[in-house]
Design a protein. Structure first.
Lengths: 631, 102
């Protein structure tokens, strides 16, 4: 029964994308039925989620469905199949669950947009690509999804393509992702040449030598930095907010950026064999978290703050991967999906209600839009890590995993832990700043803000409940066993063995993270809760030029432009000049004169004198006869 | 029919063919070239007949009927061409008919 429904769960988003897309393309009349298209698209994802949830409830053992051979040449077959096991099923639940809520919200958000008929098929395709990425048990299928989400993000970031800036952002996202994809292909080829298979299930049973695991692990990590926006390939994500806001929610919460973290957890067998790679991953994650956290403080665009906070939280996840605690990383993916979707959808509601994205033009919005305001507060407190909201549990688990790794003798993890504790403070601070400036104090704008309709507020409420309660699936060891680790993900993900911390140490660590979160929120209240926008000028005054640097995103983009894009353009120009000289002058000149000379020679044979042609004919006939008889 | 006679007839046929070919290549007039073609066809016919008799097989003789038809058709088309060519060039000398060259 389940086996028959699973292909449906995987296929429904694709069916939705194809039917709605082709329908809108060929029957212009239904383009106007935006609510109908949106409702149908939402229903497809909702049903898919329902099936996955049912499979989850009745789960007993791994299931493999839809298996076939991609090709089979000279005994080399590449089999493809989808695998349902705890990790992939868990991700599918996040993708379709959060995805369905974002679809529902989009019906309200896109109600006035004439392009909605394009929007919903893209959204459905996005979900399908992501499902293929996580459920694929063969690397080619994972890669199909990997490229698919890249394509869909390109289509959706550049959804309003008439604006050049959006089109550029879409191209930037696509190209930066392609850099990572290259590493993915290289890693997959290396794996195949090493093991002769691309089935993840079978790859996991292979023993890798340290060097091979290190090389392949690094390649896949580079791939992950593209999708999951880590240094050095993170700059596309803040620009990706050029698309409609629900798309940002989808990219930042349910799909796309979670792919890299997921890939790390999926390839646990490789990383476990390469501790050096784990150390690098931890370092990159920590550095990314710090960099993005600093940038987020000085942004004035509500979506930019959230985008950098995503980059920062992804840094936390990679730090967890670096500690070998893959389940913890997935746990943070899970809780982050709730509050980041909530925050982005909330910001969409704000943008919808005020018509601006600049928090300097907002303020006091909670009075105008109470549902958005209260749910946004819950999201803020959750991401800041205030107990008992979801973000507290996952962030605390990450920090204690790093601390435990440090106390096991690898000192560099103490450094990661210390830095991330600081970033946790930054998180609480910049999120507090954002929320105080947006929802509290006096309204500074000129418009008439209004609350959004129930189609948009309902997902907010559901996500707020999730943000509050999602942490309960994995409690700290002091309180009780973590359900997620011991009874669910532990079945399919093998973490690096971690020395358990003494309970007293763990309680101190928990208290420390609570204190840090509270301190960040308190600092933001002291500055922005009391001082409002005036505090911004004070902050700028005290930080001086560093503030400008943060506001300009550390000028990483211009750095990339100067050291990568510019040299590339110079080389391209030079190549163009060389080729135009070679192909445009030199080659045609000599070629043409040679052809001309030969032609002149041959021309005399073509006299137009009929008897001469006849003589050729006879000569040729004689030659033929000679050739036939002599042979 | 003896082998010697066959050789004799075949030699005659070859001579006829060679004469026709020479006429085609050397005569500078379209009409005379047409006559050359006529000789070529008849050389072929003669060849057919010689072998038909030698093998006592009527198939060769039948081909000759086709050959004669072919010659007739060739003459019709050739003469029609000659008329058209003369109207266009006011001569039938090959030296003037060089429009095959660009």
């Amino acid at each position: 029964m389940v086996e028959t429904l699973l292909p449906l769960a995987i296929g429904l988003p694709l069916i939705g994308a194809v039917t709605l897309g082709l329908g809108g393309l060929f029957i212009p009349a239904i383009r106007e039925a935006r609510k109908f298209i949106g409702g149908l698209a939402t229903a497809f994802i909702g049903v898919s989620f329902g099936i996955f949830f049912w499979v989850f409830l009745t789960y007993e053992k791994p299931l493999y469905v839809l298996s076939w051979d991609w090709f089979n040449i000279a005994g080399q077959a590449i089999p493809l199949r989808f695998g349902i096991e705890p990790l992939t099923l868990w991700m599918s639940l996040i993708i379709t669950g959060i995805g369905a809520l974002i679809h529902l919200y989009s019906i309200g958000y896109m109600a006035e947009d004439p392009g909605a008929w394009r929007y919903f098929p893209y959204l459905n395709l996005f979900i399908f690509a992501m499902l293929s990425l996580v459920l694929g048990d063969s690397l080619p299928l994972v890669f199909l999804g990997w490229e698919g989400v890249g394509l869909c993000s390109y289509l959706l970031i550049g959804f309003w393509y008439a604006d050049m800036a959006n089109a550029r952002a879409a191209q930037k996202a696509f190209i930066m992702n392609r850099l990572g994809d290259l590493a993915f292909i290289a890693g997959a080829i290396w794996l195949y040449s090493e093991t002769g298979t691309l089935d993840i299930d079978r790859l996991g049973q292979y023993m890798y030598s340290g060097d091979v695991a290190m090389g392949i692990g690094l390649l896949f990590f580079i791939a992950a930095t593209g999708k999951s926006a880590q240094i050095p390939l993170y700059t596309w994500l803040p620009d990706a907010m050029a698309g409609p806001t629900p798309v940002s929610a989808l990219i930042h919460a349910a799909t796309m950026v979670t792919a890299g973290v997921f890939l790390m957890a999926r390839l646990d067998f490789l990383l476990n064999a390469a501790p050096e790679v784990l150390m690098i991953i931890g370092g990159i994650g920590t550095a990314t978290a710090l960099l993005a956290g600093l940038i987020a403080i000085a942004q004035h665009d509500i979506k930019k703050v959230l985008a950098y906070s995503t980059v920062s939280q992804l840094g936390f996840m990679f730090a967890a991967v670096g500690a070998g605690a893959y389940i913890t990383a997935i746990f943070h993916v899970f809780t982050h999906a709730f509050f980041k979707a909530l925050l982005f959808l909330g910001s969409g509601s704000v943008i919808h209600g005020t018509g601006t994205q600049d928090i300097r033009q907002m303020g006091g919005l909670r009075r105008f839009m109470p549902v958005t305001g209260w749910t946004f507060w819950i999201g803020t407190l959750a991401i800041a890590g205030l107990p008992p909201l979801a973000g507290f549990f996952s962030k605390d688990e990450i920090l204690s995993a790093l601390y435990a790794r440090g106390s096991a003798g690898e000192g560099v993890y103490y450094l990661y832990w210390g830095v991330l504790l600081g970033v946790a403070f930054l998180t609480a601070f910049y999120m507090g700043r954002l929320t105080w400036l947006t929802f509290e104090g006096a309204y500074r704008g000129t418009g008439h803000p209004h609350e959004s309709g129930p189609v948009m507020t309902l997902p907010l409420i559901v996500l707020a409940i999730g943000s509050a309660g999602a942490g309960l699936v994995s409690l700290p060891a002091v309180i009780g066993p973590s359900w997620l680790r011991s009874s669910w993900l532990g079945k399919s993900v093998t973490e690096l063995p971690l020395q358990e911390l003494a309970h007293s140490t763990e309680i101190v660590l928990i208290l420390l993270s609570v204190v840090v979160a509270l301190a960040g929120l308190l600092a933001s209240w002291l500055m922005y809760g009391k001082g409002g926008l005036a505090a911004e000028t004070r902050l700028r005054g005290s930080l001086g030029r560093f503030y400008d640097l943060m506001a300009e995103a550390m000028r990483i983009d211009s750095l990339y432009n100067r050291f990568i894009v510019r040299p590339y353009e110079i080389i391209a120009d030079a190549a163009k000049d060389i080729m135009s000289q070679l192909l445009g002058r030199l080659l045609p000149g000599s070629l043409a004169s040679a052809v001309k000379k030969i032609s002149h020679l041959l021309r005399s044979a073509h006299a137009g004198y009929v008897p001469l042609y006849l003589a050729y004919l006879v000569g040729l006939g004689l030659l033929l006869i000679f050739w036939v008889t002599s042979g | 029919m003896s082998v010697e006679l066959l050789y004799g007839v075949l030699s005659l046929s070859v001579c006829l063919f060679a004469l026709g070919l020479l006429a085609l290549m050397l005569r500078r007039n379209f009409l005379l070239a047409l006559l050359g073609v006529e000789m070529l066809i008849n050389a072929g016919n003669l060849n057919f007949l010689a072998f038909a008799r030698y093998h006592n097989d009527a198939t060769g003789a039948m081909f000759v009927l086709f050959g004669i038809c072919l010659a007739a058709v060739e003459a019709v088309i050739g003469l029609a061409l000659a008329v058209r060519l003369f109207r266009a060039h006011e001569t039938l000398g090959f030296h003037a008919i060089t429009s095959l060259r660009w």
